[in-house]
Ligand binder design. Structure first.
Ligand code: HEM
Length: 480
């Protein structure tokens, strides 16, 4: 009698045997770390050591992975096998913005449905009138610069736009930094806090409180004060209009009503943590994506012509998106955004801590180690994307074939994947499409360039920004 042997699962490799860049005793690779170019440094190491490699920063062990299937496997096994890093959780708690992005376990579980609900497509529809108004403000600002032939600090303007949208939609607060004459305080604080947070995440050791950079405290306290202001204002609204507790109009009302109700375990700390998280997660990501997109568009006039033809056909007179139906018809603009996020993913690295010993690729990774998911290599794979360096929005055309489109999305994952996938993606896409359509309908892109005319430097400070981009616009003549 013959019996078929059951397939034997291959024995995983030990973590210690995985090749990778050499480090120093105690410090690991910390002395050679180029923090603001961490993602390109990782991409370089992947060329030397392959799709899976290991290194240490201080005593912490890291396994870097570049294969999209392996990455998707890690991202989907959350919150069980993998979690956000304990360093991120600690630092966020100290700074007072322990919210959905940095939380784990029960805290994350009770917050996630509420944030997801506040940012779902139905809500985006109800937010649209406010978004149209803010996009109109940006158009006015750029119209003025274009008429005067003035150079635009692209990133600064886009950040004003995203701060205005986030504060308006998530907190019901019309900040209007786009038309405020003075430099806005919230942005100034965010611009300091994000890089400082990133620095602490990659530091070889946690410094004792008395050795940490004190100048940061001022920014953290000022931002917390602003948030306290938003919360106080919302409490007054809830007191004046109790019906808002049942039918909140924005995320902060929903969070506060839940905190007061006490049933869902939402605490006051959850409320302020998430208000700050929305500002941190929603500002740079979307602004940086738009800035990369405009730079790529300027370098690719053919893509501009195609997207503009669509915009001219879809938008009503005045050149602004006014409804979700308009948004849904902007496929070519969306394709440009997908292509920009493939070439320039603003979150090129997603780090996950191993909650219990886990097998990743063919490696047994010990509890407490960090799995570093490298998000760009999958989108640059020539087997999946012909001429991967080229900006070619046509590859995202839905008519090009449903199967290849979903495979392309699986290879790029700009918003992450699995249970912790970005809840702000619908809002972000709506913002990106509204601003891009407004630009194409109203202006000619005369110049989008970095200092010296070179390709902009990619600077990583939690998100990946193009450095020093300036833009010049010309009003589009009626005849063009
Ligand atoms: C182009 C713009 C954006 C990009 C590329 C982006 C990307 C990402 C990525 C890669 C993650 C991690 C996902 C994962 O771990 O699998 C994330 C998480 C998150 N994003 Fe976004 N994001 C964008 C805009 C926004 C906006 C506008 C908001 C809200 C206003 C937002 C709120 C969040 C939050 C709260 C999380 C944490 C989710 C969790 O851990 O459960 N994001 N985002």
């Amino acid at each position: 009698m013959t019996s078929e042997a059951a397939p034997v699962a291959p024995v995983p490799r030990s973590f210690e045997g995985v090749p990778g860049p050499r480090g120093w005793p105690l410090l690991g690779v910390a002395p050679r770390l180029r923090r603001e170019a961490f993602h390109t440094q990782l991409e370089g190491w992947a060329r030397d050591f392959g799709d899976v490699f290991a290194f240490r920063i201080g005593r912490r062990r890291f396994l870097a992975v570049a294969d999209p299937e392996v990455i998707a496997g890690v991202l989907r096994r959350r919150p069980g096998a993998f979690r956000r890093g304990s360093r991120l959780e600690q630092v966020s708690r100290e700074m007072g913005f322990l919210g959905l992005f940095s939380a784990n376990g029960e805290t994350w579980r009770r917050q996630r449905p509420m944030v997801l609900h506040g940012l779902d497509p139905t809500h985006i529809r109800s937010y649209l009138p406010a978004m149209v108004e803010i996009t109109e403000r940006l158009r006015r600002r750029w119209q003025e610069a274009a008429t005067q032939g003035r150079e635009i600090d692209l990133l600064a303007d886009l950040m004003r736009y995203t701060v205005d949208v986030t504060t308006c939609l998530a907190f019901g607060h019309n900040l209007n930094t786009l038309e405020a004459s003075a430099e806005n305080a919230i942005q100034q604080h965010l611009n300091v806090i994000l890089p400082a947070l990133f620095k602490r995440l990659l530091a070889p050791f946690r410094l004792p409180a008395w050795l940490r950079d004190k100048s940061l405290d001022h920014h953290v306290l000022a931002l917390r004060d602003a948030v306290r202001g938003f919360i106080a204002q919302t409490r007054e609204q809830l007191a004046a209009r109790p019906e808002l507790r049942k039918h909140p109009e924005n995320l902060i009302q929903a969070l506060l009503a839940a905190a007061e109700d006490g049933q869902q375990g939402i605490t006051d700390e959850d409320v302020s943590g998430n208000v700050l998280t929305m500002l941190l997660a929603g500002e740079d990501t979307t602004a940086h994506t738009l800035a990369w997109l405009f730079w790529l568009l300027h370098a690719n006039p053919q893509a501009v012509a195609q997207a503009r033809a669509e915009v001219d056909a879809v938008l009503p007179p005045g050149g602004l998106v006014r409804s979700t139906e308009d948004l849904a018809r902007l496929d070519a603009v969306e394709a440009c955004a997908n292509e920009a996020m493939r070439l320039k993913p603003v979150a090129p690295v997603i780090m996950n801590e191993v909650a219990e010993d886990a097998v990743v690729a063919d490696v047994l990774v010990p509890r407490g180690a960090i799995v570093v998911c490298m998000m760009r290599p999958g989108g640059m794979d020539a087997k999946q994307f012909a001429q991967p360096q080229a900006f070619d929005p046509a590859r995202w055309n839905p008519e090009a074939g449903g199967k290849s489109m979903s495979a392309a999305k699986r290879a790029t994952m700009p918003f992450g994947a699995g249970p912790r996938m970005c809840p702000g993606r619908y809002l972000a896409m709506a913002e990106i499409k509204m601003v891009t359509a407004m630009l194409l309908a109203n202006f000619e892109l005369e110049e989008v360039s970095a200092p010296g005319g070179a390709e902009p430097e990619e600077r990583l400070t939690l998100t990946m920004a193009p450095v020093g981009l300036k833009m010049r616009l010309r009003p589009r003549s009626a005849a063009s």
